[in-house]
Design a protein around this ligand. Structure first.
Ligand code: HEC
Length: 131
């Protein structure tokens, strides 16, 4: 009995190291809230052209005044693909990956910050929920 103790201790240590290393050192991204984080970005940067009577709403049909409207998209279809921020039209436009003449926000408006774009992308990748 006595001489097996170091071995079981070693096994315990190995198991502990394996367990610890299976935990990713970066914590999972916190859940992004539509009402607390996403809508405020849209309200601040997009709503003046994408409210009920805005130029962007009239031209494209896209209203950015709330969750339902955002998910509905333009008269041509959705601009958000839940779970897939990379190919979501809205992200393509705010990241400036499209033709510069259609980047959003339009005109001489300041672009979204990297942090705001990251938040939008996380929310879409987390399923674009009405949370
Ligand atoms: C200064 C006015 C203005 C602002 C601010 C603005 N938009 Fe637009 N948006 C437009 C106009 C006008 C269109 C119609 C299409 C076009 O002219 O490119 C449009 C169209 C769009 C479209 C549809 C593009 C397509 O072809 O399917 C998306 C998506 C969009 N806007 C997202 C946004 C987002 C997100 C913001 C805020 C970050 C924003 N817009 C801010 C004016 C604006």
């Amino acid at each position: 009995m006595y001489q097996y103790r170091p071995i079981s201790l070693t096994l315990f240590a190995v198991a502990a190291v394996l367990l610890l290393s299976s935990c990713d050192s970066t914590p999972p991204a916190a859940e992004v809230s539509f009402s607390k984080q996403i809508q405020p970005i849209l309200t601040q940067h997009c709503l003046k052209c994408h409210d009920e009577k805005g130029a962007g709403t009239i031209a494209s049909g896209l209203k950015l005044s709330g969750y339902e409207a955002l998910l509905q998209g333009t008269k041509f279809g959705p601009v958000i693909k839940p779970g897939d921020s990379l190919s979501s039209t809205l992200i393509i436009l705010v990241e400036g990956r499209a033709n510069p003449s259609i980047n959003m926000p339009h005109g001489n408006q300041p672009p979204l910050s990297d942090e705001q774009i990251r938040t939008l992308r996380q929310w879409i990748d987390q399923g674009a929920r009405n949370n």
